[in-house]
Design a protein around this ligand. Structure first.
Ligand code: PEP
Ligand code: MG
Length: 883
């Protein structure tokens, strides 16, 4: 096996396609060299050797030593200098370079090859003794830190003392003699700490540095970074050994970093900073304030020190040409490192630059319009998940934050407002024009009005699919859930966190994109949906096959969904209409009724309300499909839970308080999610579904008559496990339809279908499709029931599960494709075998998750349905899945 690949001086053993073998840095250095850019000569020891290094017990076999000797000879040949030559020494840098960039995680050693003899040669050939001694002291300091792993503070203190003693402010004030004295002091520090003198043999230095770079792959911080960024340990890092070039050889030398476009806003302008007479680490270290690259950016910032464009106009022009060339060559915005040595430009690195969501959009659209990339490539370039940043107000990044705690980022966006601890107060204060943040231990369906009234929601308990999270996402309200370190005393109106108190009315800010909870108001910035965003969405719609619908029940949410491009409603959860403050009393009467007759009296009161809801929804959706799910949650959710509420509810509902309590106790369940809910309600109380079906058909006919175009309602039965359940419920719906049609003397088209959200339903999908005209995969419940993990309680241990690699991601956020995915795929196949034109969609939270959407495309579902604010994300993800 070959482990060493050369570049520079007209040779390139590799290129941009060899990223896996040479790492990002090595592949791009070889590529830049091959297109004739000025790259200091060097070689890359491949990532493949990283595994060998660990297998060999961190040793270097003879074969590698021979290859490295050839690599060094290559550098010597190109530079005309010899490694270790006291008269004219070659110096090299040794840097890591993994496949995926791991900024700041891995090690680098510069100026390697200096010792007590070669420093004299460097002083003589450069004619600059100060530079030579400065390079040597930098080398000792870096080598001691990275390779010998000595405590770096001693070196920093010695440097500070040297400056103080002489009354200097800048490192550059130190003279050659000062630096020579500092080198002696550094060598003393090494010997004292390490027990041996600083290595003088340049080959020992080299192998020490190569070993340290390979060793840094298994450092703690690298391991943590890999875990957070899903980078496999097996990839390994490469090591790049390259001839040094010097940005610290006086005022015609400099070093800098640049982006070919603005990484924050995406504007087409060079962007970056540089330092005259400095080495790379000085720019990063922040000891001296770097200067702007261009005159325009210096002026825009109102800064004084000359920009590179002004201070070094000739090299700057050359550099600008390289920027354009690299951008054209890689067809993407580049992040570049360069050095100028005595007026000569050298390129040290190029890679695709990291950017904000806003910049990603602008750069993709601009590049397509410039003809640099195709529209499909532009669509493929933008990370759908990053759009989240753009669809909600976000915290002003420049603003100060007083962070109290962190919970789960349950629904994106940021909001500030007065802390309130119950939903009625939230509604009252909001009605009076105040911004409020609703803070609850956890929310229940009774909090819907408070959540609607609030700008944001914070809960102490609950995961990513808890009630608060799902409802908040649906409403587009920012939400932080499961902030376990807060304790809430709702009665007293106090939240305690981190030894501090927040009282009702105190202003707090939540960031649902990061999970942060802050004291006080933090200013926000508003999203922009037109412009580049709109353009990219149109391009995305041109390539996607999957339709995108929204989960919405209020006319307002439906309007938002349409503005974001929803092509129908995939899930209208009717229970959300039951919780409306105006009708909760009738709902409770229905639940408290002794018999069917009593229930029907209450349902008669609800009928006109439901009908009015559906009329509004059908009007907003104007002829688009609307899937309406009949009542799903266990009935006890509609009854009060707290002692104080019982009396109030009893008198409102006109029943005795003891009757109410008895009924609540009867309805109590140990496992309500597996209890009397879904179609089980319809089976036991068919009159509820009958009323809902009537309301749907009467509304559809009313809208058809008024607007001339009939909506096509898709009536959906929840939590079906068997064909017989669906049959019975379909009969109820069909009978209601016939009754309404007879009554109104008009008919409309409709479909009856089911959710597939239980494993048994997926298994029996072939049979169930004989009855149902469509399936909508309810992946929230399907995940809960397949994994046997409660969606409301999982947050407590799922984080650990993800950390331990048991699930790659939270399965309530990103579909467990391996497991739950099999059930979906199988149900889709079996359903189609029975009914080839069966409509298939997904309406669980996964309908807005890009990885899950890619799976839906792969198995050929017809649509995905996501909460309104995730509709654009779903449109883009669906387009990428189709590419
Ligand atoms: C589901 O279970 O995936 C679903 C969409 O229904 P809900 O979240 O209302 O239970
Ligand atoms: Mg469900």
């Amino acid at each position: 096996t070959q482990y060493v690949y050369r570049f520079g001086g007209g040779v390139s053993d590799g290129g941009r396609g060899d990223r896996n073998l040479l790492g990002g840095k090595g592949a791009n250095l070889a590529e830049m060299a091959s297109i004739g850019l000025p790259v200091p000569p060097g070689f890359t020891i491949s990532t493949e050797f990283c595994a060998v290094y660990y297998d060999e017990g961190r040793a270097f076999p003879k074969g590698l030593r021979d290859e490295v000797a050839t690599g060094i000879a290559h550098i010597e040949g190109v530079t005309g200098k010899t490694f270790g030559d006291p008269a004219d020494p070659l110096l090299v840098s040794v840097r890591s370079g993994a496949r995926a960039s791991m900024p700041g995680m891995m090690d680098t050693v510069l100026n390697l090859g200096l010792n007590d003899e070669t420093v004299q040669g460097l002083a003589a050939t450069s004619g600059d003794a100060r530079f030579a001694w400065d390079s040597y002291r930098r080398f000792i300091q870096m080598y001691s830190d990275v390779v010998l792993e000595l405590d770096h503070r001693g070196f920093e203190d010695a440097l500070d003392i040297a400056k103080e003693d002489r009354g200097y402010f800048l490192d550059t004030d130190l003279t050659a003699e000062d630096l020579q004295a500092l080198v002696a002091e550094y060598k003393g520090l090494v010997e004292a700490q390490w027990g041996k003198p600083f290595p003088q043999d340049v080959h020992d230095q080299l192998w020490g540095a190569v070993g340290a770079v390979f060793g840094s792959w298994q450092s703690e911080r690298a391991k943590v970074y890999r875990r957070l960024n899903d980078i496999p340990a097996s990839w390994g890092t490469a090591v790049n050994v390259q001839a040094m070039v010097f940005g610290n050889m006086g005022d015609t030398s400099a070093t800098g970093v640049a982006f070919t476009r603005d990484p924050a806003k995406g504007d087409r302008a060079y962007y970056g900073e540089f330092l005259i007479n400095a080495q790379g680490e000085d720019v990063v270290a922040g000891i001296r304030t770097p200067q702007y690259l261009t005159k325009a950016s210096r002026e825009a910032a109102g800064a004084k020190p000359a920009s590179m464009e002004e201070a070094m106009p000739v090299v700057f022009t050359e550099l600008a040409k390289v920027f354009d060339l690299l951008e054209n060559h890689y067809r993407d915005m580049q992040d570049i490192e360069f050095t100028v040595q005595q007026g000569k430009l050298w390129m040290l690195q190029t890679r695709s630059g990291k950017r904000t969501a806003k910049a990603a959009l602008k750069i993709a659209v601009d590049m397509a319009e410039e003809g640099l990339i195709t529209r499909e490539e532009a669509v493929a370039r933008v990370d759908p998940a990053a759009l989240d940043q753009l669809l909600h107000p976000t915290l002003d990044p420049a603003a100060r934050r007083d962070v109290l705690t962190k919970g789960l980022p349950a629904s994106p966006g940021a909001a500030s407002g007065a802390a309130v601890f119950d939903s009625d107060t939230a509604e009252k204060r909001a009605a009076a024009g105040e911004s409020v943040i609703l803070i609850r231990v956890e929310t229940s369906p009774e909090d819907i009005h408070g959540m609607h009234a609030a700008r944001g929601i914070l809960t102490a308990r609950g995961g990513m699919t808890s009630h608060a999270a799902v409802v908040a996402r649906g409403m587009g309200r920012p939400c932080v859930s499961g902030a376990g370190t807060i304790s809430i005393d709702a009665k007293a109106g106090i939240m305690r966190v981190a030894g501090r108190e927040v009282r009702e009315g105190d202003i707090v800010t939540i960031d649902g994109s990061t999970g942060e909870v802050m004291m006080g108001a933090v200013p926000t910035v508003q999203p922009e949906l037109a412009g580049d965003f709109g353009t990219l969405m149109v391009w995305a719609d041109g390539v996607r096959r999957l339709k995108v619908r929204a989960n919405a029940e209020t006319p307002l949410d439906a309007k938002v969904a349409r503005e974001f491009g929803a092509e129908g409603i995939g899930l209208c959860r009717t229970e959300h209409m039951f919780f409306d403050a105006a009708r909760i009393t009738a709902v409770r009467q229905m639940i408290l009724a002794e018999d069917e007759a009593g229930r029907r009296v209450a349902l008669e009161k609800l009928l006109p309300e439901q009908r009015a809801d559906f009329i509004q929804l059908f009007e907003v959706m104007a002829g688009l499909p609307v899937t309406i799910r009949l009542l799903d949650p266990p009935l006890h959710e509609f009854l009060p839970h707290e002692e104080a509420e019982f009396a109030e509810v009893a008198s409102a509902a006109g029943v005795d308080i003891d009757v109410l309590k008895r009924r609540a106790a009867e309805l109590h369940e140990f496992n309500p999610m597996l209890g009397h809910r879904g179609c089980r309600l319809g089976v036991t109380y068919p009159e509820i579904y009958e009323m809902q079906a009537r309301a749907i058909f009467e509304a559809a006919i009313a809208v058809a008559e008024k607007s001339g175009s009939a909506p096509i309602p898709e009536v959906m039965i929840p939590l079906v496990a068997t064909r017989r359940e669906l049959e019975l419920m379909k009969a109820v719906v069909d009978k209601a339809a016939q009754a309404v049609f007879a009554d109104k003397g008009a008919t409309i088209e409709y479909l009856v279908g089911t959710m597939i959200e239980l494993p048994r339903a997926a298994l029996m999908a072939g049979e169930i499709a004989e009855v149902g005209a469509f399936f909508s995969f309810g992946t929230n419940d399907l995940t809960q029931t397949t994994l046997g993990v409660s969606r409301d309680d999982a947050a407590r241990f799922l984080t650990t599960y993800v950390e331990r690699g048991i699930y790659a991601r939270d399965p309530f956020v990103s579909l467990d494709i391996e497991g739950v995915g099999q059930l979906i795929e199988m149900a889709a196949e079996r359903g189609r075998a029975t009914r080839p034109d069966i409509k298939l969609g997904i309406c669980g939270e996964h309908g807005g998750d890009p990885a899950s959407i890619a799976f839906c495309e792969k198995i050929g579902l017809d649509y995905v349905s996501a909460s309104p604010y995730r509709v654009p994300i779903a449109r883009l993800a669906a387009a990428q899945a189709a590419l």
